[in-house]
Design a protein around this ligand. Structure first.
Ligand SMILES: [Zn+2]
Length: 217
């Protein structure tokens, strides 16, 4: 998972395919020519697969439940979650113009999508707190629907049945961008509150699109 150059939406990759969920909510297959300024990817080899039949009322509920399957808080985990969500709320962002605004400014203009009865795959990671300057600590999932029409960064969900595959990660390789913008960037003013905004979004100035996928067929 990650993003695309110019912060042109949310990226999700699984089953050998890379998807771009644009700010208007549309999903596109990412061509080999497209570049990313930030992505976390790996070859998924699940160590554990869980079939959940518990009803979860929220993403927070689901996260609390998932916690018990993580044997240590000091190593990363990758997830592939397949299921039908009674309610799913995702977001994406529109392509940014130069000069690059801060992530928080971008998120302030995010698009939020609300789906009902939507089937698909959510992929992502859980990272430990000590990695917070490199990535988003905690859970972070990106979703793409089974019909490859909808998706985005998961903000909330409600469901009662899903299959969760977990890959326990042992090592990480960090590839550092080699371009002038990155070399000049100032990372000294790190702000944890900003990371929370990136994860959870903000309630102001968002576009909300509601879709009941069961009715649209
Ligand atoms: Zn995201």
């Amino acid at each position: 998972m990650g993003t695309i150059n110019g912060l042109d939406g949310e990226m999700a990759a699984f089953d050998g395919q890379f998807y771009q969920v644009k700010g208007d909510g549309s999903v596109h297959i990412i061509p080999d020519s497209m570049k990313t300024p930030y992505a976390t990817v790996h070859f998924f080899e699940p160590d554990q697969t869980i079939r959940l039949t518990t009803a979860f009322q929220s993403y927070a509920d689901f996260q609390n439940h998932l916690d018990q399957y993580l044997p240590s808080r000091n190593r990363p985990y990758a997830f592939k979650i397949t299921g039908t969500f009674d309610d799913l709320k995702t977001r994406s962002v529109h392509k940014q113009k130069q000069p690059d605004p801060s992530l928080v400014e971008v998120i302030a203009h995010q698009s939020v999508f609300e789906f009902k009865n939507i089937t698909g795959i959510a992929v992502g990671y859980w990272f430990p707190d000590y990695m917070e300057k490199l990535t988003v600590p905690g859970y972070h999932l990106h979703f793409v629907s089974e019909d490859k029409q909808h998706g985005g960064h998961v903000l909330n969900c409600r469901f009662s049945k899903a299959t969760v595959a977990i890959d326990f990660i042992n090592s990480i390789k960090l590839v550092i961008p080699q371009d002038a913008t990155f070399h000049r960037a100032d990372f000294s003013s790190y702000n944890r509150a900003e990371i929370e905004v990136v994860k959870k979004g903000t309630s102001k100035t968002t576009t909300i699109v509601s879709l009941d996928t069961a009715d649209s067929e």
